[in-house]
Design a protein around this ligand. Structure first.
Ligand SMILES: Nc1ncnc2c1ncn2[C@@H]1O[C@H](COP(=O)(O)OP(=O)(O)O)[C@@H](O)[C@H]1O
Ligand SMILES: [Mg+2]
Length: 272
């Protein structure tokens, strides 16, 4: 077992967010978490989505998780495999959107939670957020240091981006000035239709170098990996295995080359 101590080394807290459903937030949180764990990095994934797809794809545990942690009750961090732990989500979290809003610290609960010692032993904390820009997502954006926006190369992929960037700007202004856009990851890419390539180019022309150069292709192997509870990284000879490795390496490299000064959140061309 390789130990990590946040008080000695840097911890990376990354939220995967996009208010659209089905773009790959859960898939990328899971697969990048499993990839980093395969490299013996200490990883914690946090399920902030009441649908709890991330949780169910990794464990049958019914342990008290994000819901309890954010409402000030006892919670457990479950180790699902070597180097990979989870704070579980469940359907009860849907009620948090309503109950938290009346509280003065509604948006900073997760940030405060990270002060608990138990979080010090993780080098990477990856947060999967729900498909909305409500209290849960704002909690994740407030507690994280980096944002990754998963996007599908579909006709409407850029629609709604302005709502997300407007929320992020508000969070940066009043709750978390350190939040940075680590990048946009294009998921479920299909290289054959011309339209997909055109949309990919459109995403690149809006987000410039914030778009990861690696993509994750559309593949049935993603659902197979979920069903077997394995990661793409443990497959033999699969294109998506090579892609997740490339994405994971690019993630690490982007974190290492992170500028020290706070740069503009969005590149020019993306309205916020
Ligand atoms: N690259 C991909 N290829 C094929 N299916 C995918 C891919 N990425 C995600 N999926 C599937 O699409 C669905 C939505 O993905 P998910 O990661 O849950 O999106 P989100 O969390 O943004 O709602 C899931 O059933 C998932 O298994
Ligand atoms: Mg999801």
């Amino acid at each position: 077992m390789i130990h990590f101590d946040k008080t000695q080394c840097k911890q990376h807290r990354i939220v995967f967010s996009n208010q659209k459903g089905g773009v790959g937030k859960t898939t990328l949180t899971r697969e990048l978490g499993l990839y980093l764990a395969s490299k013996e990095k200490q990883v914690l994934v946090i399920d902030m989505d009441p649908q709890a797809n991330l949780t169910r794809s990794l464990t049958d545990s019914e342990a008290p998780g994000t819901h309890e942690a954010l409402s000030g009750h006892l919670y457990e961090i479950i180790e699902v495999q070597s180097c990979l732990s989870i704070l579980c989500g469940d359907i009860k979290m849907a009620t948090l959107e309503k109950s938290l809003i009346a509280e003065i610290d509604a948006y900073t609960r997760m940030k405060e939670l990270f002060e608990d010692d138990v979080f010090n032993s993780f080098e990477y904390i990856l947060i999967d957020s729900p498909p909305s820009l409500g209290v849960l997502t704002v909690n994740a954006l407030t507690a994280a240091e980096h944002l990754i926006i998963p996007m599908n190369p579909s006709l409407y992929s850029m629609q709604g981006t302005n709502d997300l960037t407007a929320t992020v700007r508000k969070v940066r202004k009043s709750l978390n000035p350190d939040l940075k856009l680590l990048g946009v990851i294009i998921n479920a890419f299909d290289s054959i239709p011309v339209i997909t390539r055109q949309i990919k180019d459109e995403i690149r022309s809006s987000f410039g170098d914030r778009v990861f150069s690696s993509v994750l292709s559309k593949s049935i192997k993603i659902e197979e990996a979920i069903a077997s509870r394995d990661g793409l990284v443990s497959l033999q000879n699969a294109k998506v295995k090579d892609e997740i490795i490339l994405l994971g390496e690019e993630l690490i490299q982007r974190l290492n080359s992170e500028p020290t000064s706070t740069r503009a959140f969005m590149p020019s061309g993306v309205e916020a």
